[in-house]
Design a protein around this ligand. Structure first.
Ligand code: BG6
Length: 536
C-alpha cells in the first residue's frame, strides 16, 4: 500500500492510478494451486489487470504449480477462458468489457506450468530446475514470490519443502539489491489459537517474518483501505472518534449466498472461524486503531497488534450463533443449511454469528462494538456504522431526547461503496421541527470504475515488499485468542434451536438481545441497501 499525496477534486478524480506508481522490480511468481478457483478467478485476473495498467515487471515469470498433469499451454488457455467468461457477466469477479489480446499474449508469454505433488520432495527439485532456467531466461534476478493458494493443510508442508530445496533462502542482511524470497499464505491461518501458534512456529523456523505475507483479501478492498484515508487524511474525524462522542459501533458483513457447494469445508469451519478473526476483525481494526506514527508497515502493524491485544477475550454470553433454515433469498426459494450437500442432517455448525466486543484501551473503554456476519441474509451488504451520542439536551419544543434520531456515520464497504452521514435539520415550515437527512458520498459518483478483482493492490504490494496490509504472526495469534473460548464452548454444546433463522431473514432473535440488554432502545440496523436520496 503505497502512500501518495494525491488530492483528486472532481476534475482529475477519474485518474485512479497516480502516474508515479511504478512497476515492481524483476521477479518470478509461483502459484501453488494453479488449477484452483482462487487462481483462475482472482489471482490471474488481478495479475492481468496489473499487466494492463503497466504494473507487472518487464522481467517477469509466472509458474503455475499443481497436481494435475497438463501443459503450460493448456493452463494458459483455461485462464484465458475464465477471463472470457467474465465479459458481460454483471456478477463476474471482474467487470471487463473485453480482453486486451496484446496485453494477454505478452503476459502469457511469461507463463509456465510445473506438475507435481506438494508433499513430495521430488516436485521441489523439478520446480527449482524450471525456476532457475526461467530466471536466467527472463533475468528475474532470483527474486521469488511463492503464493500458497492451496488448502491450509499444505501451508506448513510447502514452506518446509521450499526451505529444504533451498528455494526461499534470503541473506541475513537483506541488502537492498540482494534477491528476495517471499511466501504468501492464504486464509485460514490456523483453526484455533493453538494451531495458529503452531503454524507460526513451523514457518518461522524456515522464513523470517519479513518474508511472510499472511493475506486477508478484505484488505484488498478499496473501501477498507479508505478507512485509513478517512480517519488520518482529515482533521475533522479524529477529535470525535472516541468514547466521548461515540455511543456504539455496528459492523455487519451480510451475504445472500449460502455455503455454495462448500459444505465439507464449512462443516469444519463455520461462520465464526470463516469470517470473524480475519475479515471482520480487519474491519474493526481499521476503525479503531490509534493513529500510526507514520505510514510505514511496521508502524501500522504495531498499532493493529496493540488493538487486537486490547480486545477482551469473548465469553459465550457475548456471542450468538445461528443456522439458516429454508426460506426465500432475493425472491428465490432456498434450502436450509442441513439440506446442503455434504452437510450433516443434525449439523451444529453456525452460518451466522453476532458478538459484542469490548476494547480495553483509553479510547474505547465503555464503547460496545457489535459485529455480525451471516449467510442467506436478506441483502449482500457490508458496512461499519458508527453511532454518535445524542445531543445532551432537547432544545426544541415538542422534541424529546428519546425521539430524536441519532447521528450515524456509515462506511459502506460493499456494494454501493461510499460513506453517509445522517444528521438532523429543520423541516421546512413555520414550526421548528426536526427531520433526519443524509449526506452521501458514493465512489461511483467520483471515480471511474476500473477492472479490479480486489487482489491487485495486495499482489502489487507483495512484489514491492510492502507488508502494511498483511498480518504479522502476533496479530493473527491475538485474533484467535479473542474468539477461542467461544469456539471451545460451542464445540462442547449442541444448540437445541438450530435452524434458528429463516433464509432471507436478518438472523436469529437472540442476536437482538446482545444490543437491547445493553440499552433497551438499541437495535441492529436493517440489512438493506440505502434508498437513494431518501430517509433511512
Ligand atoms: C471468504 C469466505 O474468505 O470470504 C467466504 O471463506 C465468504 O465464506 C467470502 O463468502 C466473502 O468475501 P467477499 O469478498 O465476497 O465479500
Amino acid at each position: 500500500m503505497t502512500a501518495m499525496a494525491n488530492h483528486p477534486l472532481r476534475d482529475d478524480a477519474t485518474t485512479q492510478q497516480p502516474s508515479s506508481t511504478k512497476p515492481p522490480g524483476p521477479c518470478s511468481v509461483v502459484i501453488f494451486g494453479a488449477g484452483g478457483d482462487l487462481t483462475k478467478r482472482l489471482l490471474v485476473p488481478a495479475l492481468y489487470n496489473l499487466a494492463h495498467t503497466g504494473l507487472i515487471p518487464e522481467k517477469f515469470v509466472l509458474i503455475g504449480a499443481d497436481i494435475a498433469k497438463r501443459s503450460a499451454d493448456d493452463w494458459k488457455n483455461s485462464l484465458h477462458k475464465t477471463l472470457e467468461s467474465f465479459i458481460g457477466d454483471p456478477n463476474a469477479e471482474d467487470q471487463i468489457k473485453k480482453i486486451d489480446e496484446n496485453t494477454w499474449s505478452k503476459f502469457a508469454g511469461h507463463l509456465s506450468y510445473v506438475q507435481g505433488d506438494f508433499t513430495d520432495a521430488a516436485f521441489y527439485q523439478a520446480l527449482k530446475q524450471e525456476l532457475e532456467s526461467l530466471e536466467s531466461q527472463h533475468g528475474t534476478g532470483g527474486n521469488r514470490l511463492f503464493y500458497l493458494a492451496v488448502a491450509d493443510r499444505f501451508f506448513g508442508t510447502i514452506v518446509e519443502h521450499l526451505g529444504e530445496a533451498g528455494l526461499v533462502h534470503e541473506k541475513d542482511d537483506a541488502a537492498i539489491d540482494a534477491p528476495w524470497c517471499r511466501v504468501v499464505i492464504e486464509k485460514p491461518f490456523g483453526h484455533s489459537y493453538a494451531s495458529a501458534q503452531a503454524l507460526n512456529t513451523q514457518i518461522l523456523g524456515i522464513l523470517k517474518e519479513r518474508q511472510i505475507y499472511r493475506i486477508d483479501h478484505f484488505l484488498g478492498k478499496e473501501t477498507v483501505q479508505n478507512i485509513m484515508a478517512l480517519r488520518f487524511g482529515n482533521g475533522m474525524f479524529e477529535p470525535i472518534w472516541n468514547r466521548d462522542r461515540i455511543d456504539h459501533v455496528q459492523i455487519t458483513v451480510a451475504e445472500t449466498v449460502g455455503v455454495e457447494g462448500r459444505g465439507k469445508f464449512y462443516e469444519q469451519t463455520g461462520a465464526l472461524r470463516d469470517m470473524v478473526p480475519n475479515h471482520v476483525f480487519q474491519l474493526l481494526a481499521m476503525v479503531t486503531i490509534e493513529p500510526p506514527i507514520g505510514f510505514k508497515p511496521e508502524a501500522i502493524r504495531d498499532k493493529k497488534y496493540e488493538l487486537f491485544a486490547a480486545i477482551e477475550t469473548l465469553t459465550e454470553t457475548d456471542a450468538v450463533r445461528g443456522q439458516y433454515g429454508p426460506g426465500t433469498v432475493a425472491g428465490k426459494q432456498v434450502i436450509g443449511y442441513r439440506d446442503e450437500p455434504d452437510v450433516a442432517k443434525d449439523s451444529a455448525i453456525e452460518t451466522y454469528v453476532a458478538m459484542r466486543l469490548k476494547i480495553n484501551n483509553w479510547r474505547w473503554a465503555g464503547v460496545p462494538f457489535y459485529i455480525r456476519t451471516g449467510k442467506h441474509m436478506p441483502q449482500r451488504m457490508s458496512e461499519i456504522a458508527i453511532r454518535f451520542k445524542k445531543a445532551p439536551l432537547a432544545a426544541f419544543q415538542g422534541t424529546s431526547l428519546d425521539t430524536m434520531p441519532p447521528n450515524w456515520l456509515v462506511l459502506r464497504i460493499q456494494p454501493d461503496e461510499g460513506i453517509s452521514l445522517q444528521f438532523e435539520v429543520k423541516r421546512p415550515g413555520q414550526a421548528m421541527r426536526l427531520a433526519p437527512v443524509k449526506m452521501d458520498f458514493r465512489y461511483r459518483d467520483w471515480f471511474a470504475p476500473e477492472p479490479n478483482v480486489g487482489y491487485e493492490t495486495l499482489l502489487y504490494d507483495c512484489m514491492i515488499g510492502d507488508q502494511t496490509l498483511f498480518q504479522r504472526a502476533d496479530m493473527v495469534e491475538e485474533t484467535w485468542r479473542v474468539v477461542q473460548q467461544v469456539l471451545d464452548r460451542w464445540a462442547a454444546t449442541k444448540p437445541s434451536d438450530f435452524p434458528n433463522y429463516a433464509s432471507g431473514s436478518p438472523g436469529p432473535d437472540a442476536a437482538d438481545r446482545l444490543l437491547s440488554d445493553d440499552d433497551a432502545g438499541r437495535r441492529w440496523r436493517d440489512v438493506a441497501l440505502p434508498k437513494t436520496g431518501g430517509r433511512s
